[in-house]
Design a protein. Structure first.
Length: 447
């Protein structure tokens, strides 16, 4: 007698509410606390170094001290993020940062710390961030189901921007009570971030721990080189911000041109983040659905124009407005670049690609601060800012010719890439081809 099949109970769907995923909530706390600490640190160290030296070159060296660890450690950090427990890597980095800042604050309070010690602490913090950033980017997709990931990314990004707004304001206000106060506050934030990360629980994917070779270290670079649209977008950001960044010069503008003190410096540093947050809200309601390449180039050109306006301004409120526009334009570029990179990267090498992306971002930010300091020493702060803004606009024009496919990108990718284009096997597609139903890294308009 035939048996009646037992009906199968469908597996429960994962909750789409982020608050039902405790690992993500702890990750969110850790990331926000870490970002808040770094922004407070930026105001405190910049103002402290300029107060001790009165030198634009010394401010530029702060950016260089942050960049060098990123340059030498990013590829190693990316390999580690693809081999070891990502949660532990982040925890160690945040813990070391907390201890470093606590010792620096204690040394300043006791009068035992000079300029060399400050630079040494900045180098150590740069090393921690070299491991923390790409590892956190690679960790997040493991903490929530795939269908919830876009919302998790949006919430995480918005929270980071809010920390970027609050951090400089809190740091500038706290500096009024002495340099040790914002440094100690940043140390406390890093400690909070480390504790939250230590409490994260997630399932580890099986990883084959091969040896670290030159080939494995460079695999992220090979991947990016094989995707011309991705290469063009992140290199555009690299050179545009490298030339147009005025972050390192804000203490000079606040002190010598706008005469607004440490509190005003905090507001100036927060203004770009305010513009970025509001632009994020706009993009959430009106997504970048077409002519993505054109919009990215327009945003970069607007970034350069806003830099010129800020550099020529002698009005505090006009300067705030220019930095607001600068941040909004930069956010458009960031959204496009991040989407291209994330949706084109296989999970197995997400750490290495994130590391290369972090290296590009760090180069444009920290090395850009060094370049701005050197230019200000030669041309003055106003001249350096104007030259950088004009240079950014020229870079946008040049990149339209060097990467025409980037200009022609019409829409974002629909889903993440499944395989590395350089690692195909029989039965798989070659670079430039796609399986049925699989989306090419970017849709490009013909003609």
């Amino acid at each position: 007698m035939p048996q009646t099949p037992v009906p199968q109970t469908p597996a429960p769907r994962p909750s789409e509410r982020l608050r039902d995923h405790p690992a993500f909530l702890l990750f969110w706390i850790s990331r926000v606390a870490s970002a808040l600490a770094f922004q407070m640190l930026g105001v405190a160290v910049g103002w402290l170094v300029y107060a001790l030296t009165g030198s634009a070159v010394a401010l530029g060296l702060v950016g260089l001290a942050q960049f060098l660890p990123l340059l030498f450690l990013s590829l190693i950090a990316g390999h580690a993020a693809d081999v070891f427990d990502r949660r532990r890597i982040v925890f160690i980095g945040q813990s070391v940062a907390a201890v470093t800042l606590a010792l620096l604050a204690l040394g300043l309070a006791e009068g035992m710390v000079g300029l060399a010690a400050i630079y040494g602490a900045v180098v150590m913090l740069g090393a921690c961030r070299a491991f923390e950033h790409p590892t956190m980017a690679a960790l997040l997709p493991r903490l929530v189901p795939g269908e919830v990931l876009p919302r998790a990314l949006a919430v995480s990004s918005s929270a980071m921007q809010m920390a970027t707004i609050a951090g400089p304001a809190v740091g500038g206000f706290a500096y009024a009570f002495g340099a040790t106060v914002p440094l100690a506050g940043a140390a406390l934030c890093y400690a909070t971030a480390a504790l939250a990360m230590m409490a994260v629980r997630h399932t580890h994917a099986p990883v084959q721990r091969g040896g670290m070779t030159l080939g494995t270290l460079l695999e992220g670079l090979v991947f990016i080189r094989g995707h011309k649209v991705v290469l063009g977008s992140i290199s555009l950001d690299l050179f545009a911000v490298l030339l147009g960044g005025v972050t390192a010069l804000l203490p000079i503008f606040a002190s010598d041109i706008l005469h607004v003190g440490a509190e005003g410096l905090g507001a100036l540093r927060a203004a770009p983040a305010v513009g970025a947050v509001l632009m994020s809200v706009v993009l959430a309601r009106v997504p970048l659905s077409h002519k993505v390449g054109h919009k990215m180039f327009a945003a970069v050109a607007m970034f350069g124009l806003a830099t010129v306006v800020f550099s020529l301004s002698s009005s505090f409120f006009l300067s705030l407005g220019a930095l607001f526009v600068l941040g909004a334009a930069d956010n458009v570029s960031v959204v496009i670049r991040s989407s291209l990179v994330q949706l084109s990267t296989p999970d197995a090498m997400r750490g290495r690609v994130s590391a290369v992306n972090s290296l590009f971002i760090g180069t444009s930010n920290q090395l850009g601060e060094f370049e701005s300091g050197m230019a200000a020493a030669l041309l003055g702060a106003v001249g350096a800012g104007v030259a950088g803004g004009v240079g950014t606009i020229l870079v946008a024009v040049l990149w339209m010719r060097l990467f025409p496919d980037l200009l022609k990108v019409d829409r974002m990718p629909a889903r993440p890439a499944r395989t590395h284009p350089a690692q195909t096997s029989p039965g798989q597609t070659h670079p430039g081809q796609t399986h049925p139903g699989q989306t090419h890294p970017a849709r490009v308009k013909s003609g």
